[in-house]
Design a protein around this ligand. Structure first.
Ligand SMILES: [Zn+2]
Ligand SMILES: [Zn+2]
Length: 374
């Protein structure tokens, strides 16, 4: 068994980017935004599809990194698909990857009633070790300790789930505080499937937990998320990694270097979103003039390089010639605005609030763009 696991993990040390991949967001030169979905089920717990389908779905969605996080404690297909080896789903998906531009990392979902609820452990080595000698699942504390012993990144799943919290409000119970204090818990889902929790975001910020967003898909991804049928893309966590190795990606997760693309929202820590907007919103001067007239009105092009919209609220002193302060930039688009700067200037600062970039509950990212006029 050990031999098999080692063989499989060996293949996924680097993500193979040799094939064409979709660029969701531009990143700085030495940073890679690894697109990930680290909460997925297959028939090896309560999902409806075979593990290889998850790999194919992720490839279609240009996802770089997935983990099949089967419930340890909830196995609805066990009588039809008996399996003593809880690593099977990872082995099947991992063995199927071959030279495709995707990595599968080993994970599992520790599934307890609330409190404490459900927890994903990612980068585990052996899911069978989450059971005692009688083949019973370990207690929550022993399970989360085992995950940490295996070097796993552990995050709290759907703390806002209405089946667990009748009011949908994520909050900490003493058991959660205990695992945070003991540094056994490293992240929290602020987005799960079709829910976004500002309360979970507050917990993340106050306790230095990494923000995560996942699909938690059980049926076909297309049935839950299909942009052509006017539902949204799956939630994607972008891991801001120094390179494409699994080590660097894991380090970034532990460091809190993530942002989440959920519906039209970009969610994450302020510093992380600052980097995203710096690299994806470009503001270029086209000089003074309006139509054919040489007047003291500045023409500026706003460019959105990302796959998500950028909803701007201009909060500076100027007024525009055509637009009000709200400016919507569609994905991968540009727009010309005319700024009445009163005097002709060599440099103009434009201050914006980005209405769909969320950095804390009820708080949007602010940014200043400096334009040099030639
Ligand atoms: Zn769950
Ligand atoms: Zn789940």
């Amino acid at each position: 068994m050990k031999y098999l696991i080692l063989t499989f993990t060996f293949f996924f040390i680097n993500i193979n980017f040799s094939q064409e991949k979709k660029i969701f967001f531009e990143s700085p030169k030495n940073v890679y935004y690894i697109s990930s979905d680290l909460h997925i089920h297959s028939v090896f717990s309560d999902g409806a599809v075979w593990p290889t389908i998850r790999v194919d779905e992720a490839l279609r969605d240009s996802i770089d990194l997935i983990s099949l996080t089967e419930h340890l404690e909830y196995q609805s297909h066990l009588s039809d698909i008996p399996h003593n080896n809880r690593n099977r789903s990872f082995q099947i998906a991992g063995g199927y990857v071959q030279n495709r531009p995707i990595a599968v990392v080993h994970g599992t979902e520790i599934t307890k009633p609330m409190p404490p609820g459900h927890f994903n452990a990612i980068f585990i080595e052996d899911a069978n070790k989450f059971f005692d000698k009688k083949k019973e699942p370990l207690s929550f504390i022993d399970g989360i300790k085992e995950a940490n012993n295996q070097g796993a990144f552990v995050f709290w799943n759907h703390p806002m789930w209405e089946a667990n919290r009748i009011d949908g409000i994520a909050k900490l119970d003493p058991i959660h505080k205990e695992v945070i204090d003991k540094k056994l818990l490293h992240g929290i889902e602020v987005v799960n499937f079709d829910t976004f929790s500002e309360e979970a975001m507050k917990i993340a910020l106050e306790n230095e937990l990494t923000m995560m967003g996942t699909s938690d898909v059980h049926i076909l991804i297309e049935w839950d998320f299909n942009i052509e049928k006017e539902s949204y893309h799956r939630p994607i966590t972008f891991i801001m990694s120094k390179n494409q190795t699994i080590k660097s990606i894991r380090d970034a997760l532990f460091n809190g270097d993530t942002f989440i693309w959920y519906r039209d929202l970009i969610i994450g820590k302020s510093n992380n979103l600052k980097q995203v907007i710096e690299n994806n919103l470009e503001v270029v001067s086209k000089g003074y003039g309006y139509r054919d007239r040489k007047v003291d009105i500045l023409q500026v092009e706003l460019i959105n390089k990302s796959v998500a919209p950028i909803s701007l609220n201009y909060i500076g002193q100027y007024t525009f010639h055509n637009d009000y302060k709200f400016i919507e930039l569609e994905p991968k688009s540009s727009k010309i605005i005319y700024i009445k700067t009163k005097k002709v200037k060599e440099k103009v600062n434009l201050e914006f609030e980005i209405l769909n970039y969320v950095v804390a509950p009820k708080t949007n990212l602010k940014t200043i763009k400096t334009i040099t006029i030639e």
